[in-house]
Design a protein around this ligand. Structure first.
Ligand code: ARG
Length: 570
């Protein structure tokens, strides 16, 4: 059991408060000189007097059976501060990490519970955009994090493979399409057709009407329209797969929008019949009225009978509830769809679904120096080009720094891709990210390469100790040897890893984990700077070597959770 939990239990019995209440109150003082934990005493009912007197009484009460991991307690105003015994902490933490190794931080809090993560979800016949990259990277990280916590996670790629844009493409292809071109460079070519459609439609309004009719054809199962749609889908999926291969992302399901077609009629009629759902006919279309909530209506069925993005998301939601009985359904989708999801969740709530089940994990934009892009105008950044450039630049850096490195290409790929992933995950997802090549690819600062480099450095220290001194990490060491604040700073960080994973999951925010790993790497580099790992004193060398090994392990576990590779050399 973690000291943290043990302390909570002790405080709960001393104050007669519930453990959850203690957990809320107990905090980590910003200044380490104030101890490892601070507990506010003003609200305690079980003691009388002013807050300071209450703190004194609590101190006395706790003193009776203070566990060995608490070195001392101190009163600071209305707070009782706890100082952990550093040696006990070091011993417990490092032994635990060494023993649990790649399972360190894993729990089964989510055992028996299903979580659906709807992520990536690019649109067929369009380039895989940077927004989809963000969704892929954030979703993939959350997938790992929840799995680590014992949940059964279902990763769904809700492909955008249905909708009016296919009407446009079918019109464009029928008018101007050339089969060979489509085979050669499918996505570029489809994008070209899409752009041409919009240019022509500005001059000729009829084209939009034609597109709507073609989409209706598609929905009605017209053979020719369906065949074209299938061809577009096939070539697109092939292209997307290349990106998923580079990122090493997998999905449990590719049930995208088109998959739900067979459920749409039922979904609409069930909602229409449900008295709790305020449906109405508006200009011939069937909508759910959300005026009361200051939101525009949700379109269930258009005037010409075809359905909408919302209808398909509603069908998907009911289908997933039935199939997976999930505890949560998480949609990792950009902020620009905030309203879409607020409306969706409102309709689900009307239909009697527990509204806390559904979460929109939203995120901001990746801002390129080139400015805002528009698919309609054909200004897009091709993700593969971004990844290729990152890999190429890292390759050059490695060529300069470490030309004799084995497996250079593979490592450049892991570090280049890692740099992009980390640039994304290290920023609070709701903020925009300025895409700054130089900063992102640097081996120093708050970057992916820096973390991977730190991991590789720990590996190299361990290799050297083994090779030159026949020393391997093990737990038969004396922890009393640790004396320096830098050593304990690293231990303390290592010890909080499991809590960090929980916090990351609770907030659905990978940057919590990313920042933690940066702090750990910084503390470790400081330690390495100040302390020779292999000193004259054998016991001290052994203890420090174990510390290095635990840092290596936690960095590796953390990088893996982020979706990055922990390379051993670079
Ligand atoms: N295909 C959509 C887009 O690119 C994202 C889909 C997100 N998931 C969902 N269930 N709506 O905008």
């Amino acid at each position: 059991m973690h000291f943290h939990q043990e302390l909570i239990k002790l405080l709960a019995s001393a104050t007669q408060l519930k453990e959850e209440e203690i957990e809320q109150l107990l905090s980590v003082p910003p200044n380490p000189a104030m101890g490892d934990y601070a507990f506010p005493c003003f609200k305690l009912q079980c003691f009388s007097g002013n807050p300071k007197e209450k703190a004194e009484q609590l101190k006395l009460q706790m003193q009776e059976n203070l566990p060995s991991f608490v070195a001392k307690t101190e009163i600071a105003g209305p707070y009782l501060n706890f100082f952990l015994n550093q040696t006990v902490l070091a011993e417990k933490a490092l032994k635990e990490i060494y023993k649990e190794a790649k399972w360190y931080g894993k729990t089964d809090v989510g055992k028996g519970k299903n979580i659906i993560i709807d992520f990536s979800s690019p649109n067929i016949a369009k380039p895989f955009g940077i927004g989809h990259l963000r969704s892929t990277v954030i979703g993939h990280c959350l997938y790992h994090v929840f799995e680590y916590l014992g949940y059964t996670v279902v990763g769904v790629n809700h492909l955008g493979d249905w909708g009016t844009q296919f009407g446009k493409l079918i019109v464009a292809y029928k008018k101007w399409g050339i089969k060979e071109e489509l085979q050669k460079e499918p996505i570029h070519y489809l994008l070209k057709l899409y752009v041409k459609f919009h240019e022509e439609a500005e001059k000729n309004e009829d084209l939009n009407e034609l597109a709507r009719a073609e989409f209706k054809n598609l929905e009605d199962g017209d053979k020719e329209a369906l065949a074209l749609w299938e061809a577009f889908k096939e070539v697109s999926l092939k292209e997307f797969q290349r990106i998923y291969d580079i990122l090493e992302v997998k999905f449990d399901s590719y049930e995208g929008e088109a998959f739900y077609n067979y459920l749409l009629n039922d979904t609409v009629s069930v909602l229409e019949k449900n008295k709790e759902v305020p449906t109405e006919i508006s200009d011939g279309a069937l909508v759910v009225d959300l005026k009361k909530f200051n939101m525009p209506p949700v379109l269930l069925r258009k005037t010409n009978g075809s359905t909408s993005y919302h209808t398909r998301d509603l069908a998907a939601a009911f289908y997933r509830l039935k199939k997976y009985k999930p505890q949560k359904v998480i949609y990792v989708v950009g902020m620009e769809q905030k309203l879409h999801f607020q409306q969706l969740f409102k309709v689900l709530e009307f239909a009697g679904v527990d509204k806390n089940k559904f979460i929109h994990v939203d995120f901001g934009l990746f801002m390129f120096p080139e400015g805002k892009m528009s698919t309609r105008k054909g200004q897009v950044i091709f993700l593969e080009e971004v990844l290729d450039r990152a890999i190429g630049e890292i390759q050059e850096i490695i060529e300069q720094k470490n030309p004799d490195l084995k497996n250079k290409e593979k490592i450049a790929k892991h570090v280049g891709v890692g740099a992009i992933i980390f640039a994304d995950l290290s920023t609070d997802r709701i903020r925009n990210i300025d895409f700054d090549w130089k900063r992102m690819l640097s081996f120093e600062g708050e970057t992916g390469p820096y973390l991977q480099y730190t991991h590789a450095r720990a590996c190299s220290i361990l290799r050297k100790a083994k090779h030159d001194h026949k020393l391997m990490p093990n737990t038969h060491v004396s922890f009393v040897q640790f004396q320096l604040p830098v050593e304990f700073a690293v231990v303390k960080l290592l010890y909080t890893f499991p809590e960090i994973i929980l916090k990351t999951a609770e907030a659905y925010k990978p940057h919590i984990l990313a920042h933690y790993l940066l702090s750990l790497a910084q503390a470790f580099n400081e330690f390495y700077h100040q302390c020779p790992v292999l000193s004259d004193e054998l016991n001290l060398s052994k203890a420090r070597l174990l510390l290095v090994d635990c840092v290596r392990q936690v960095l590796a576990n953390g990088l893996e959770l982020l979706g990055m590779k922990a390379v051993e050399e670079m």
